[in-house]
Structures are given as structure tokens and as C-alpha cells.
Ligand binder design. Structure first.
Ligand code: PMV
Length: 345
């Protein structure tokens, strides 16, 4: 009944922006990411009889109502999935016996992130991937990786990519079962660096959930969708060839296209601040001086700098000269979500 899991966050080079189905979190396009080694979530879930409600502790503190509701919604999806898998003779119309039916049990959940909140690293991806893997095991569900990925997607789209390690593509699909992530190369394939330049630790004003909903109000969305397949192909090929220049150019183009859609949505969504602009300008200048580094930016102001290990000391030294940069978190490619034998409680 008790299970624990670890899952890494991920950074998308070709991003998920806008939904074909907001209920099922079916995206408008495939997306492509790297799972991060140095930014992960550890989660323990224990289903218990006679617990009145799911109880969530986040980074050592009792979680607020909104976060707890989101966790309960995901646990409910998994509890519903577990119900038909009960032993033969289980009657769905029978009143649940609270002592013997774990499917109706509430859970104690404890979750810890290895990275600070507001660092520009999405904790929903690692958090919901870890929760899905731990809760499925706690309920005795026997799911394939594709099924676990699809289930994680229902809680947070980008979480479906964190089931896998290394370089990962989320196949958009047109149905619940058909929308899940696959690995395109393992972490050992290429030691790429994502140095996250933190320019704000504040929670973002517009959630990615709201941003996805507003995307369809932008006249630029059609242009983004018309080019995204070519960007995906370029990105896939660049990863397989370990080509930083090609990957960086594709990732920058994709991030700028996402932010063009966000900026031209109604109402307009601005994720950048002056610090974002300062880092982007710096990265472009470094490149002119021969330092290979590229930027990508998620639904927030912090800048992810893509480079190779040999250039990291120079990138760090130059970031230290930008007053807006408060902190730098360095990640490489990490492994996929795994069950752990040690628990948080
Ligand atoms: O998974 P969500 O709903 O938090 O959306 C993620 C959106 C981006 O981080 C901006 C892009 C992506 O693909 O990760």
C-alpha cells in the first residue's frame, strides 16, 4: 500500500503550447524534451483505510487546497483505474467495504523537490510523474510505461515526458491512450547542459494552464502550427547527431514562436521581464564572440541556456556578471521515473 518514486523535471526544446482537448490534455503538436538529472521530485504515497481525505505535504509543509485538489484528482483517476482490476468476484455495484477495498482508501502523500520553487523548472512535470508512478504501484496497478505516461499527462501535459529518461518525444495523438511520450535517445547518448539562469523566484502571473487556453486567441498560433513539424524534425535530427548548433537554432526558434503566440493572445500574456531580456541579449552576444550557447524559455521569465560541458565554466563566469541573474542551476540529461525502495515517511 506504500510506494515511493523519483522523477526528473524536463526542459522542452519543441514545446507544448495549446490544446486540442483541454479535458484530456491532448496537445496541438508533438513536443520534444530532455529529462533533467539535477532537478527531480521524490514522492511517497500510502493508501490508508479510515483516512477522511487525501493529505498532501509539499517540501515539508502541508499543501494548500488547490494543490491538494489537483493531487486528489490524479489519485481519483488511478483509483478508478484500479477498481476493475480487483480480484475476480469483485462486484462494482457492491457497497465498498472500507476495510478491504483500497480503491476507496484515501492517501497520505509526501513530495519533495530537489530544486527551489520558482526556479523556472516546472515542478508539475516531475511532481505528477512521480505521483503517478508511486500511486499506481501503491494501488497494485500493472501499467506499461506508455499507460503511465498517458495517465501522468492527464494531471499535467508535460509530466508525460518525465516518465522517460534522456531525450523524449510526446506523441500528440488523438485519444487518451494514443497520447503519450517515447524515448528517442537515452541520457548517455549526449551530455548536453541546461544551465538555468534564475532571474525571478516569484510565482508566474499567468499559469501554463491559462496560457494553453488563450493560445487559440492568437492569430500567430496557425503560423506556429504550420512550422512546428519542421522544427520537430530538425530537433530530432540534431539530437541524434549531437549537433548543438542545429539543436540550439531549432530550440530558440520554437521558444520565440511560443512567446509570439503568448504575446499576441487576447488578453496578452507576457512571461519575460528585464532580466530575461538581459540574458537573451547576452547569449546572442556570446555566440557572436564564439561561445556556443542557446536559450529557451518556458512559461515564465527564467532562461534555460543550452551548451556543452566544455563551455560551462565560461557560461557561468559570464552569467555571474549579469546583475539580474540571482542563481544558476546546472542540469544534464537524467534518467526516467523509477520506483524507490526507501520512503519519505
Ligand atoms: O504541462 P504544462 O501544462 O505545465 O505546460 C507546459 C508548457 C511549457 O513548459 C511552456 C512547454 C513544455 O512543453 O514543457
Amino acid at each position: 500500500m506504500k510506494a515511493s518514486a523519483r522523477a526528473g523535471a524536463n526542459i522542452a526544446f519543441v514545446k507544448y503550447w495549446g490544446q486540442a482537448d483541454p479535458e484530456l490534455n491532448l496537445p496541438l503538436n508533438n513536443s520534444l524534451s530532455m529529462t533533467l538529472d539535477n532537478a527531480f521530485t521524490l514522492t511517497t504515497v500510502e493508501f490508508l483505510p479510515h483516512l477522511a481525505a487525501d493529505a498532501l505535504t509539499l517540501n515539508g509543509e502541508p499543501a494548500g487546497a488547490a494543490a491538494t485538489r489537483r493531487v486528489t484528482a490524479q489519485l481519483d483517476r488511478l483509483r478508478a483505474l484500479a477498481a476493475p482490476q480487483q480480484e475476480p468476484g469483485f462486484r462494482h455495484d457492491a457497497a465498498p467495504n472500507p476495510d478491504s477495498n483500497p480503491v476507496s482508501w484515501r492517501a497520505r502523500v509526501e513530495s519533495r523537490n530537489s530544486f527551489p520553487t520558482g526556479a523556472g523548472i516546472a515542478s508539475s512535470a516531475s511532481g505528477f510523474a512521480a505521483l503517478t508512478v508511486a500511486a499506481a504501484a501503491g494501488l497494485g496497478l500493472d501499467l506499461t510505461l506508455a499507460e503511465l505516461s498517458a495517465m501522468a499527462r492527464l494531471a499535467s501535459g508535460s509530466a508525460c515526458r518525465s516518465l522517460h529518461g534522456g531525450y523524449v518525444e510526446w506523441l500528440a495523438g488523438t485519444s487518451h491512450a494514443g497520447s503519450y511520450a517515447v524515448q528517442i535517445a537515452p541520457p548517455e547518448h549526449w551530455r548536453l547542459i541546461d544551465a538555468v539562469a534564475v532571474v525571478s523566484g516569484e510565482p508566474k502571473e499567468v499559469s501554463s494552464e491559462a496560457g494553453h487556453r488563450l493560445a487559440s486567441t492568437s492569430p500567430f498560433l496557425a503560423a506556429r502550427l504550420a512550422t512546428v513539424d519542421a522544427t520537430l524534425a530538425a530537433c530530432r535530427a540534431a539530437i541524434l547527431a549531437r549537433d548543438l548548433v542545429a539543436l540550439g537554432e531549432a530550440a530558440e526558434a520554437d521558444a520565440l514562436s511560443l512567446h509570439a503566440v503568448a504575446l499576441t493572445s487576447r488578453p496578452s500574456v507576457w512571461y519575460w521581464n528585464c532580466g530575461t531580456q538581459a540574458v537573451v541579449e547576452a547569449v546572442r552576444a556570446w555566440r557572436r564572440e564564439g561561445l556556443p550557447a542557446y536559450f529557451t524559455i518556458d512559461a515564465g521569465p527564467n532562461v534555460h541556456i543550452l551548451t556543452l560541458p566544455g563551455h560551462l565554466p565560461a557560461v557561468r563566469a559570464r552569467l555571474a556578471e549579469i546583475p539580474a541573474v540571482k542563481e544558476v542551476i546546472v542540469c544534464g540529461p537524467g534518467s526516467g521515473a523509477t520506483l524507490l525502495s526507501e520512503h519519505l515517511f
